[in-house]
Design a protein around this ligand. Structure first.
Ligand code: FAD
Length: 431
C-alpha cells in the first residue's frame, strides 16, 4: 500500500498591506456594524427605512476602502483577493449578522451572483446581476422541496415547454429570503427521461410573476424576528424561454458550482462565531467564582478550554488550507473532499464550543439574555443547510478511498508475520 501525499510549502503570514485592511475591518465591524445587530432586526428587509438609512453610509465606507464584494473578481466589481484573503476577512464579518450586507458578500446573494456571472446571458446579467452586485436588491435560491432536500433525485417541481415559453409548477421549501428578494433561482425537472444530473434546469423567476405564491415563511428556532425561509408554490408560472439560466439540463452542475463556494464561505464566517463563544468561555472562566476559586482554576473547566482551543485551531487551519487549495486549483471539484470535510467539522466544532461555553454560563447561558441559544441553532443549521452532515461524510469517505487500493483479503499490509517473512528474505536472514 502506498499513498501519495502532496508536497507543499508553508507560510502562515498575512501580507502586511492586507493586514492593514483587516485591522481596519476589525475596528469598523466592532464599532460601527456590530451595534446594528442590537438595534435593527433583519438585514435583508429593505422596508425598514431606518435600518436602510443606517446601512448605506457604512456600505459606502466599505466601497471607499476597496473591501466591497471581496468574493468577486475585478470583472464583477470586487477586488479578486481570492479565498484565503476572503477567509481572513470573513472571520471578522461572521461576528455580525449585518456585516456581510455591509460588505456586499451576504448569502445567498453571493452564491447567486457567482452563478449568474458564470451562466447568465448578457441580458440576464444586466437585469439581475448588476443590481445584485450593487447591493440594491436581494435574491433567493429555491431548490429544496417539502418532500426532498438532501436528495435532488426526488425533486418534483417541473417546467414544461408550452407555446412561447415554459410553465413552471411545484412546491419549494426553505427558500431563504424569498420575502425580501426581487427574483428567485428555481431548479426544476425538464426531462423525466434523463438522470438527475442532466434532467433538471435552472430558471430565473422574478418575484412578481403571476403564479408565484409564498405560502408562509418560517424562522430557525424560536426567534420569530427572522421569518425568512419560505414555503413557495409555483402555480403554473409562465416564463419566457430566456428565463432559463445556463443550458437546459444543466441545473445539477450549476448547483454544485454554487454550493461549493457557499459551504466554504459559511465555514469562514463560522470561525468568527466559534471564536466569539470561545472568548466568552475564557472570560467567564476568569470572572465567575466558586468557594474553591475561579472557574478557571477547576480542571474540568481547563479541559473545556483546552479541547475548545484545539478543535477551533484545527478547524480554522482546515478552512484556510481549503481556501488555499481553491485558489490554487480554481476548480471546486478538485477540492470536494476538503470542502465536505470542512462542512462536517463546522457543525461539530461550532456546536461543541458553544455547548461548553453555554454550560459555563449556567442559567444565564441558556437565557435569552445571552447569544448561546441562537448559536446552538446556528450550529445545527450548519449541519443541515447546504446538505446534511451525513451526506458530506459519505463524500469525504468516498474521496479518501479513491487514494487506496485493496490489499490481500486475509492478511493486512501491516500483518507482522507476513512482513517479517518478507523482511527476512530481503535481508537474507535465515533464522
Ligand atoms: C437555515 C437554512 C437555510 C436554508 N436555505 C435554503 C435555501 O435558500 N434554498 C434551498 O433550496 N434550501 C435551503 N435550505 C434547505 C437545505 O438545503 C436542506 O434542509 C438540506 O438539503 C436537507 O434537506 P431536508 O431538510 O429535506 O432534509 P432531508 O433530506 O429530509 O434529510 C433529513 C435528515 O436525514 C438524514 N439523511 C438524509 N440523507 C441522508 C443520507 N444520504 N445519508 C445519511 N443520512 C441522511 C440526515 O440526518 C438529514 O439531516 C436551508 C436550510 C436551512 C436549515
Amino acid at each position: 500500500m502506498q499513498v501519495h501525499y502532496q508536497v507543499m510549502s508553508w507560510d502562515f503570514e498575512t501580507d502586511a498591506e492586507y493586514q492593514k485592511l483587516l485591522d481596519w475591518a476589525d475596528e469598523f465591524v466592532r464599532t460601527k456594524v456590530e451595534p446594528m445587530d442590537y438595534v435593527y432586526k433583519n438585514p435583508y428587509d429593505k422596508s425598514d427605512k431606518e435600518a436602510v438609512a443606517a446601512l448605506k453610509p457604512l456600505q459606502k465606507e466599505v466601497k471607499d476602502k476597496g473591501l466591497w464584494a471581496c468574493h468577486l473578481g475585478p470583472d464583477l466589481g470586487g477586488p479578486g483577493y481570492g479565498q484565503v484573503k476572503l477567509a481572513l476577512l470573513n472571520e471578522i464579518l461572521g461576528r455580525s449578522s449585518w456585516a456581510p450586507i455591509v460588505f456586499g458578500c451576504q448569502a445567498p446573494d453571493s452564491g447567486n451572483a457567482e452563478i449568474l456571472a458564470h451562466y447568465a446571458t448578457e441580458e440576464q446579467k444586466k437585469r439581475y446581476l448588476q443590481p445584485l452586485l450593487d447591493g440594491d436588491i436581494h435574491s433567493c435560491y429555491s431548490m429544496t422541496e417539502p418532500q426532498a432536500g438532501a436528495d435532488p433525485a426526488l425533486f418534483e417541481t417541473k417546467a414544461v415547454r408550452d407555446g412561447d415559453g415554459w410553465v413552471l409548477s411545484g412546491e419549494k421549501w426553505f427558500s431563504s429570503n424569498a420575502p425580501y428578494s426581487e427574483f428567485f433561482i428555481v431548479m426544476a425537472v425538464t426531462d423525466t427521461e434523463k438522470s438527475t444530473y442532466h434532467g433538471q434546469s435552472m430558471f430565473i423567476v422574478p418575484k412578481e410573476t403571476p403564479g408565484v405564491e409564498i405560502i408562509r415563511s418560517t424562522g430557525a428556532g424560536p426567534d420569530t424576528s427572522h421569518q425568512s425561509h419560505s414555503y413557495i408554490r409555483y402555480n403554473d408560472v409562465r416564463l419566457p424561454f430566456d428565463a432559463l439560466l445556463g443550458e437546459e439540463g444543466g441545473a445539477f452542475a450549476i448547483a454544485q458550482t454554487r454550493l461549493g463556494g457557499g459551504r466554504i464561505h459559511h465555514a469562514m464566517r463560522t470561525i468568527a462565531q466559534c471564536r466569539k463563544a470561545f472568548d466568552l468561555m475564557c472570560e467567564r472562566a476568569l470572572s465567575r467564582r466558586t468557594r474553591n476559586g475561579k472557574l478557571a482554576d477547576l480542571q474540568m473547566t481547563q479541559q473545556k478550554i483546552a479541547d475548545s482551543w484545539i478543535e477551533f485551531e484545527q478547524f480554522r487551519l482546515l478552512v484556510l488550507r481549503t481556501a488555499w487549495k481553491i485558489d490554487k486549483y480554481q476548480d471546486y471539484m478538485k477540492v470536494r473532499k476538503d470542502i465536505a470535510g470542512v462542512k462536517v467539522a463546522m457543525a461539530k466544532v461550532y456546536h461543541d464550543i458553544v455547548q461548553r461555553s453555554m454550560q459555563l454560563h449556567g442559567a444565564l447561558g441558556i437565557s435569552g439574555e445571552m447569544p448561546f441559544s441562537s448559536m446552538m441553532i446556528g450550529a445545527q443549521v450548519m449541519g443541515i443547510a447546504d446538505g446534511p452532515t451525513e451526506v458530506h461524510q459519505v463524500t469525504v469517505a468516498k474521496q479518501v478511498l479513491r487514494d487506496y487500493e485493496a490489499g490481500d483479503e486475509r492478511w493486512p499490509s501491516a500483518h507482522i508475520p507476513t512482513r517479517t517473512a518478507e523482511a527476512r528474505k530481503l535481508l537474507g536472514v535465515d533464522k
